[in-house]
Design a protein around this ligand. Structure first.
Ligand code: PRP
Length: 221
């Protein structure tokens, strides 16, 4: 009898940009390719590998856990920062080993004392949930959190906030703006996430995929 499950498309939501490119490179190493996705000029939003019954689409990072929670994508690849910030009902199944960076509290050196003495400071961040969890639950420090959408490093420079909670990769944005890492919140990297129902219904295919990816990742690290 024909296996019905093997006929169903597995759908992947990939966070747009560098993460998606690195994901596709990793997938190629286990024989999963998507040629039409490599065309830089294309305005197409969804790409299919008919042979393997796979579909891929690119989404804004913060939307990836949303697609996966609702089952519009079975699998997603996105940064741990986004997973923590979105707080969606999804399974986090694999650390892909790339996109490594850190979530940090940053600011001018003068802000060190404010943190040390648990002053009621202002904290600007694109990640209000992560910032709130860090200050309220981990540090037991009452702060005012201000949500921004980008160029977070501006905030302490122009006097919007005393510190920021943001991603630090090379540290050059901080350095070039006279700021520094004051505290580390957590390390980050790209993760694979799975819809809980898909994990049950497509367990065999998804488990195989995870096992194969793990082998490649372990070899590379
Ligand atoms: C991210 C982050 C920092 C920068 C860190 O910003 O918010 O600004 O990268 O990288 P670095 O330590 O290597 O300098 P992104 O470029 O994503 O843009 P954004 O300011 O719009 O968030």
């Amino acid at each position: 009898m024909e296996n019905k499950n093997s006929e169903r498309y597995l759908t992947f939501a990939l966070g747009k940009g560098r993460l998606a490119n690195q994901t596709l490179k990793l997938f190629e190493e286990i024989g999963i390719t998507c040629e039409e996705m490599k065309d830089k000029e294309t305005r197409k939003l969804i790409f299919v590998n008919e042979e393997l019954k796979l579909r891929f689409f690119l989404a804004k990072g913060p939307d990836v856990p949303t697609y996966v929670e609702y089952g519009a994508a079975d699998i997603g690849v996105v940064g741990e920062d986004t997973i923590l910030e979105e707080g969606r009902n999804i399974y986090e199944v694999l650390d892909l080993g790339f996109g490594k960076c850190r979530m940090c509290v940053c600011g001018p050196e003068s802000a060190k004392d404010l943190l040390l003495h648990h002053e009621q400071i202002r904290v600007a961040s694109k990640y209000p949930r992560i910032a709130k969890n860090y200050f309220y639950n981990k540090k037991q420090q009452t702060v005012e959190i201000i949500k921004l959408n980008g160029s977070i490093e501006l905030a302490p420079i122009v006097g919007l906030s005393e510190v920021i909670v943001d991603i630090v990769e090379t540290g050059s944005t901080l350095r070039e703006n006279g700021l520094q890492v004051l505290e580390e919140v957590c390390p980050l990297s790209a993760r694979m996430i799975v819809n809980p129902v898909s994990m049950k219904m497509e367990n065999e295919r998804i488990t195989k995929l995870i096992t194969e990816l793990k082998q490649v990742i372990n070899k590379e690290n």
